[in-house]
Design a protein around this ligand. Structure first.
Ligand SMILES: [Fe+2]
Length: 434
């Protein structure tokens, strides 16, 4: 289904702001949140994303003013989605080697954004609100009259092919490859595909909500600036058309009929809302002398754990940028990290793997698994003339977590798993024997 909504959409700018928006002027109560009778006889409904008593600077909640409260739904029955698994299930092998997957092919089997979702790797436990899953979606049809609510985590969506038109309780967002969207836990949404088939990556974050990282000595500006995050404006869907509501709860899927649209919020205010962000606005920091800094300088958003500086998940991008460092091996160094890394490539080439890492593919370098540039990249970089060089038309990203990622059995059995990934380092000979 194609919808013509695109550039006509308007947004509110900022990250974590106290927004206030009305699809119908006068729909927001003034001076209180829950009057005896709200304007237009709407139902006030509170949605909290953090505990009531979370510190004020972390506290997230929004008040929704809607035609009917979200408690109205028919009977729930199980919904079949076997490829979207949650957390670490049972004793699953944790391979000690690097893994890489080719891009998944589009199927002829009809699949919407929910049906087309597959978990590749995961860690933690949704019920314990720790860890995350890294998933890929391949969708070839819109969600039509289906809405989805995820109780298990917020969803960071990284489109790789195809635009997504996402209707949420707070309003509508239009997201294309190069942009990302963050959908809070518990917020109903529906994905339609205005440009046809769509593919991309998802971080299902069971842990603390993503936020902007601290900037430290960088100062008060830089990396992802708060004003470049865009939230939707209230956009109440009218009519009494029936919907299907699909919910994910504790790793299980459920379906219930709705007599009318769940997107019936006429006005809302608060700081819990979906946001989108265009990675072209990311202000990169890099070396202007020698060596390159740790990749944490490319952090867009972070989900902290209870250990300071040790993230449940960091969302890190490798966007176009200048390389100017002198007397420096410019690609990533060889490394073994305590943190675990799931990588994807939205478009272009990744400088550490110019040939083997394809857009739409994925790689996994778990805690303490050695990795670095492949033989081709190393050979090129050690002999390169170090003139200023611009990496252009490229966008790789990383979900980095303190918890090792366990691949799903689906991912380990997939025909897209590269059986010869480690061969890309075979050419790294002992140059000291020259
Ligand atoms: Fe790495």
């Amino acid at each position: 289904m194609t919808q013509a909504i695109d550039s006509t959409l308007t947004y509110q700018s900022g990250f974590g702001n106290e927004f206030a928006t009305e699809a119908i002027p006068g729909a927001l109560p003034q001076g209180r949140n829950s009057p005896q009778l709200a304007p237009f006889d709407l139902y006030p409904e509170l949605l909290s994303g953090t505990a009531f008593t979370a510190p004020r600077h972390e506290n997230r909640r929004s008040w929704l003013y809607r035609r009917q409260p979200s408690v109205i739904a028919g009977r729930y029955r199980p919904f079949v989605q076997t490829l979207w698994s949650t957390g670490v299930e049972g004793r699953t092998a944790l391979p000690p080697e690097p893994l890489r997957w080719a891009p998944p092919a589009f199927s002829d089997v009809p699949a919407d954004f929910v049906e087309g979702m597959t978990t590749l790797v995961a860690n933690g436990n949704a019920a314990m609100q720790a860890g995350m899953g890294a998933l890929m979606y391949c969708a070839n049809r819109s969600m039509e009259k289906r809405a989805f609510v995820n109780h298990d985590g917020e969803m960071l969506v990284v489109p790789q092919v195809g635009r997504l038109l996402i209707r949420t309780e707070m309003g509508v967002l239009d997201v294309k490859p190069g942009e990302i969207v963050l959908l809070p836990r518990g917020v109903a949404f529906q994905v339609t595909l205005p440009d046809g088939p769509a593919r991309g990556y998802v971080c299902e974050n069971y842990g603390a909500m993503f936020r902007l990282p601290e900037l430290g000595p960088i100062g008060s500006n830089g990396l992802a600036n708060a004003r470049d995050f865009l939230s939707p404006v209230a956009a109440c869907e009218g009519g009494e058309a029936a919907y299907e509501l699909v919910k994910k709860s504790g790793g299980f899927f459920w379906t219930a009929p709705l007599q009318s649209s769940p997107f019936n919020v006429v006005a809302w205010h608060g700081n819990l809302t979906p946001v989108k962000y265009d990675t072209h606005h990311f202000m990169t920091i890099g070396s202007i002398s020698f060596d390159h800094p740790d990749p944490s300088i490319f952090t867009v958003l972070t989900s902290p754990s209870d250990t300071p500086g040790t993230a449940n998940c960091d969302f890190v991008i490798f966007p176009p940028r200048w390389l100017v460092a002198e007397d420096t091996f410019r690609p990533p160094w060889y490394h073994r990290n305590i943190m675990s890394e799931f990588m994807g490539l939205v478009y272009g080439q990744y400088d550490a793997k110019p040939g083997g890492f394809q857009p739409g593919g994925a790689s996994l370098h778990n805690s303490m698994v050695p990795h670095g540039p492949d033989g081709e990249a190393f050979e090129k970089a050690r002999g390169a003339t170090l003139v200023p060089q611009k990496l252009e038309n490229t966008l790789a990203f990383m979900f980095e977590s303190r918890y090792p990622f366990v691949p799903t059995s689906t991912a380990l059995k997939s025909s897209t798993l590269d059986p010869d990934y480690a061969a890309c380092w075979e050419g790294l000979r002992d140059y000291s024997k020259n």
